[in-house]
Write a protein that binds this ligand. Structure first.
Ligand SMILES: Cc1cc2nc3c(=O)[nH]c(=O)nc-3n(C[C@H](O)[C@H](O)[C@H](O)COP(=O)(O)O)c2cc1C
Length: 190
């Protein structure tokens, strides 16, 4: 069993990048893996950062549940929109909220835009933040241009001959790193 979680980062009313989170949930399932759980930041209402979860005296149970999901995951996909060349505050908040949960976590990044440039700028800043916090960002990226024309509301791809090939390579790379990490964890135990 491989436990992949997908973080859907946009909490914007009328958001469209969530379609890509739904797409990956279905796509990974269709490849015979366990169905990934979507951690939708809209559901968690993280407070504007004042302190890390581990140091909070009375955190909401759902925030602890979120941290537990990340901690237990074999790998994480972050689906992020590009806002003014960066990633949304909702995502930065969630990243800063935790610490050890991200350590050496294999993570693959999917960037979404409603324009032609496919969120190419957001990856740099997000990757740097994840590197700083000790996550293992895998050398695979998934870029979605013109999200309106690429996915429908339910996450169905409107160009499957293109998206399935790219998504396949993206997921393969993540799974390779997940397996490499599992082997290292096992060898450290023995
Ligand atoms: C505040 C804001 C800033 C944005 N900045 C960019 C940008 O820098 N580059 C880009 O390609 N799209 C930008 N967009 C458009 C997003 O790509 C678009 O909203 C897309 O649907 C993904 O975000 P969503 O999941 O919130 O819908 C911006 C959108 C908002 C709301």
């Amino acid at each position: 069993m491989t436990d992949i979680v997908i973080i859907s980062s946009s909490i914007r009313d009328g958001r469209k990048s969530h379609r890509v989170a739904l797409f990956f949930q279905q796509f990974i399932k269709s490849k015979g893996y366990e169905t990934p759980h979507i951690l939708d930041l809209k559901d968690y209402s993280f407070p504007l950062f004042e302190e890390r979860l581990a140091r909070m005296t009375d955190p909401e149970p759902k925030w602890e549940e979120f941290a537990g999901r990340i901690n237990g995951a074999d790998g994480v996909i972050i689906v992020t929109p590009e806002y003014n060349g960066g990633y949304p505050a909702s995502l930065k908040n969630a990243i800063d909220f935790m610490y050890k949960e991200w350590h050496r976590k294999p993570m693959a990044l999917a960037a979404v835009s409603d324009g032609p440039f496919a969120g190419t700028q957001v990856i740099m800043s997000l990757q740097f933040t994840l590197w700083k916090i000790g996550a293992w960002t895998v050398p695979a990226r998934y870029h979605v241009p013109n999200v309106d024309k690429t996915y429908d509301d339910s996450g169905r791809s409107l160009n499957p001959e293109i998206t399935d090939k790219l998504a396949g390579a993206f997921v393969d790379e993540l799974m390779w790193c997940v397996q490499a990490k599992q082997k290292m964890d096992e060898s450290e135990k023995s």
